[in-house]
Ligand binder design. Structure first.
Ligand code: AMP
Length: 188
C-alpha cells in the first residue's frame, strides 16, 4: 500500500504521517525532514536547500530527485510507503508515476488534509515554539502558503480526476482526524 498525504503547511501532515506509518507499517518519506537532515549535516544539498526553504519556495526538482532516490535505495524492502510533502507540483507527480512503475507499485490513495487558511497561521506559530524550524515564521509562512496554492493545489484536481483523492478535515482532535484517515485506509 502506497499513500500520499497532501495538505498546506500546518495541516498536520507530519503528525498524521507518524500515526499512519506506525499502524500500517509503512516507510515514511518526508522530503521536508530529509532536507532538514541535509541542512543539519551542512551538506552541499543542505546549504542550497536552506536558502530556498527559508524563502518559502520549493527546492528544485533536481534536489528532490536526489533525496528521494537515496530514500528508496535505503528502504528497498518496505511493505509500502507514505509520502508526506512529496509530490508538491505536477512535475513531481509525474516523477512519482515513473518511480511507481519502476518499483512495480502504484499509488493506493491520496489523502487530502483539509484545513482552512485561518487555522494554519496559529498552528505554525505554536509549532515554531516547539520545533524551532527556521521557516516557521509569519513572513515565510505567507510565502509557503502562496507556493502551496500555486504549485501544489493543482495536484488535488489531478488526483481527483484519477479517482485517487480522499478528503479529510484536518481540524479537530488529532486522534479523531486519525480515525477518519484509518477508516479510509481500511476500506482500500
Ligand atoms: P515540509 O516539512 O514538508 O513543510 O517542507 C519544508 C520545506 O522544504 C518546504 O517549504 C520546501 O521549501 C521544501 N520541500 C519539502 N518537500 C519538498 C518537495 N517535494 N519539493 C520541493 N520542496 C520541498
Amino acid at each position: 500500500m502506497n499513500l500520499v498525504l497532501l495538505g498546506p503547511p500546518g495541516a498536520g501532515k507530519g503528525t498524521q504521517a507518524n500515526l499512519i506509518c506506525e499502524k500500517y507499517k509503512l516507510s515514511h518519506l518526508s522530503t521536508g525532514d530529509l532536507l532538514r537532515i541535509e541542512i543539519a549535516d551542512k551538506s552541499e544539498i543542505g546549504v542550497k536547500a536552506k536558502k530556498i526553504i527559508d524563502e518559502g519556495k520549493l527546492v528544485s526538482n533536481d534536489i528532490i530527485i536526489n533525496v528521494i532516490k537515496s530514500f528508496f535505495n535505503n528502504n528497498k524492502n518496505s511493505s509500502g510507503y507514505l509520502l508526506d510533502g512529496f509530490p508538491r507540483n505536477t512535475e513531481q507527480a509525474k516523477l512519482l508515476n515513473k518511480l511507481m512503475l519502476e518499483l512495480e507499485e502504484k499509488i493506493s490513495c491520496v489523502i487530502q488534509l483539509d484545513v482552512e487558511e485561518k487555522h494554519l497561521k496559529e498552528r505554525i506559530i505554536s509549532r515554531s515554539k516547539e520545533e524551532g524550524r527556521s521557516d516557521d515564521n509569519e513572513e515565510t509562512l505567507l510565502k509557503r502558503l502562496e507556493t502551496y496554492f500555486h504549485e501544489t493545489m493543482p495536484l488535488i484536481k489531478y488526483y481527483d480526476e484519477l479517482g485517487l483523492l480522499k478528503k479529510v478535515s484536518g481540524v479537530g482532535e488529532i486522534m479523531h482526524i486519525n480515525q477518519s484517515i484509518n477508516l479510509i485506509i481500511d476500506h482500500l
